[in-house]
Design a protein around this ligand. Structure first.
Ligand SMILES: [Zn+2]
Length: 62
């Protein structure tokens, strides 16, 4: 199975102040493609896969 990312897909950054809980880097919007909830949006660390920090959209919305 090929798992390459589309190089044309733009990064959508999280709002200012929303940073990775593990390394405080900026976060980008991602969509889960596997696991129990495929298609769910969440924010993931820009350093992924070096850093696996994530935050849920609901967490950010407050
Ligand atoms: Zn991080």
């Amino acid at each position: 199975m090929s798992d390459h990312q589309n190089p044309r897909s733009p990064k959508i950054f999280a709002p200012v102040g929303v940073v990775c809980p593990q390394c405080t880097s900026p976060m980008v919007l991602r969509v889960s493609r596997q696991g129990p909830t495929p298609g769910v949006h969440f924010f993931g660390c820009v350093k992924f896969p070096v850093c696996y920090g994530t935050r849920s959209i609901e967490d950010v919305k407050g």
